[in-house]
Design a protein around this ligand. Structure first.
Ligand SMILES: Cc1ncc(COP(=O)(O)O)c(C=O)c1O
Length: 491
């Protein structure tokens, strides 16, 4: 039997690489014209890939043909200028190539010895980002999978820091625990990632205390203070308040300075969930809202959202590096030598929940270098201009309804509500859902609905660096057209 070689010849690898890059170039070339959503149904996609495990090697041409014929036609194009779903970034080309390079080197970015240069690039990228958004450059930081894991990782640091007993040793089951450890966040859009954090950390969902929001969807600080006092009297142990820096539906930004004052007064850890908006700290024009971020104990954000690097690239910054290390450092004879020597460097397994880690930082580092901070600011401003234009179109029309303040970020919710239907909320809810469904069905754009104050609304996340004002105007026109058709069908 001939020996199977794990690697291709250099010539074959190069030729195959060119074929793959050609396929990727096709994908990028079609982004402006191909539908954002493929219109595929789950059962059809399942059937396409219903095959037994491959026992024998397959020709690479057959595998690549599946990319072209089965995968691409049944994929959502989140890089499309008309992809407005969830809070999905558009994926930088540089980041795509960086991911291939990271995979080739394949460093395990948990321990320094496995990843000397990769570790340094992560540390440097974290520092750059901290500097760029106006956070403490001497902070510690780590790339994680996304905003959810960044929130989980931040709350773990907060628990370790604020617990009055040795929580690493005794956990939440400690008999020394003086009361239920509680976390506070605005009730309007307490993001589900916080619920996930409560689950994973064993805190329990009931310990996530929903604080009333004000009319502008930001946290009501006075209500928070009253709640904290009452909870303490009831024997609870408030330890953390989470501020929004860009809420999921309307992009609300809490009063960060007031939260920092309150956190200092009440001995709370202040974590900012900036998954959507913390990178806005790069923009001088957002300093009035974001300038106080530097006062938070920790800030999280997603480079795979507004920065547009490919998934996954969540990031957590913690102002006090020792707080992060205290929460995560572990000892094991097989991880570390018996004593430090000249090869002892920063081990990221001491700064986050993962041991083995991929090289997420490379795509961020390369994207930042390739476009430069000024280039990124230009992209950000373009998305903000699109959101502003959307707000204008809604506010100036007589058939759309404004449901939120003018957008500070790139997320915007609104409702189709022609005069003749105003007051008929049940019908408007149904029509708004159908508008969104029809946009998808007709392959015009991908938008989603949410509920604002209980009512179904359109919600556009204009996160793509490829989206233009023309895309926004066309999408609004499409929504109007569908809305009118639906209205005409009413008995
Ligand atoms: C405010 C907020 N926090 C956290 C997250 C979770 O981020 P991820 O989906 O990357 O886990 C999101 C996602 O949209 C978000 O909008």
């Amino acid at each position: 039997m001939s020996q199977l070689h794990p690697d291709l010849t250099r010539a074959d690898f190069t030729a195959l690489g060119h074929d793959v890059v050609d396929l990727l170039a096709d994908y990028y070339a079609e982004l402006g014209t191909a539908p954002a959503f493929p219109g595929s149904r789950p059962a059809d996609v399942e059937a396409l890939f219903d095959a037994p495990p491959p026992e024998q090697p397959e020709p690479i041409a057959a595998i690549l043909a599946d990319w072209r014929d089965k995968i691409i036609p049944n994929s959502s194009r989140q890089g499309s200028p008309r992809w407005f779903g969830f809070v999905n970034g558009s994926g930088s080309q540089i980041g795509t190539l960086a991911d291939a390079m990271a995979s080739a080197l394949n460093p395990n970015c948990g321990g320094w010895r496995a990843s000397p240069a990769a570790t340094e690039i992560e540390r440097r990228t974290v520092r750059w980002l901290a500097e760029l958004i106006g956070y403490e450059p001497g902070c510690a930081g780590v790339f994680v999978s996304g905003g959810t894991m960044a929130n989980v990782a931040a709350l773990r640091v907060a628990m370790r820091d604020k617990a009055t007993w040795d929580i690493n040793a005794e956990g939440l089951q400690s008999s020394h625990r003086p009361g239920l450890m509680t976390v506070y966040m605005a009730d309007h859009e307490t993001h589900v990632s916080l619920v996930r954090a409560m689950d994973l950390l064993g805190l329990g969902r009931a310990a996530l205390r929903a604080v009333p929001s004000r009319d502008d969807f930001t946290i009501d600080i006075a209500a928070l203070e009253q709640m904290l006092d009452a909870d303490r009297v009831a024997g609870m142990l408030p330890f953390c308040v989470v501020g929004h820096v860009g809420s999921i539906n309307v992009g609300a930004i809490d009063d960060i300075g007031a939260l920092a004052d309150l956190a200092a007064r009440q001995n709370l850890w202040l974590h900012l969930d900036g998954a959507c908006g913390a990178l806005g700290g790069m923009l001088p024009e957002l300093q009035p809202q974001l300038g106080a971020m530097r006062r938070a104990d920790s800030v999280s954000f997603d480079a795979h959202k507004w920065l547009g690097v490919p998934y996954e690239a969540g990031c957590l910054l913690v102002k006090e590096p020792d707080a992060m290390r205290r929460a995560y450092a572990m000892q094991a004879t097989y991880l570390l030598p018996a004593a430090d020597n000249e090869y002892s460097g920063l081990n990221y397994f001491d700064f986050g929940p993962q041991l083995s880690r991929g090289w997420r930082a490379l795509k961020v580092w390369m994207t930042l270098r390739y476009y430069g901070a000024e280039g990124i600011r230009t992209f950000f401003r373009q998305t903000l201009a699109c959101a502003k234009r959307l707000h204008e179109l809604v506010a100036d029309s007589d058939d759309f309804e404004v449901v939120q303040p003018a957008p500070l970020l790139y997320i915007y919710s609104f409702r189709w509500a022609p005069k003749e239907l105003r007051g008929n909320d049940a019908l408007l809810d149904s029509i708004n859902q159908q508008i969104s469904d029809e946009l998808q069905r007709r392959l015009l754009a991908f938008a989603m609905t949410t509920r604002i104050r209980g009512r179904v609304t359109q919600r556009l996340s204009i996160c793509s660096h490829r989206t233009t004002i023309a895309d926004i105007e066309a999408t609004v026109a499409d929504m109007r057209m569908i809305g009118r058709e639906l209205l005409a069908q009413q008995p």
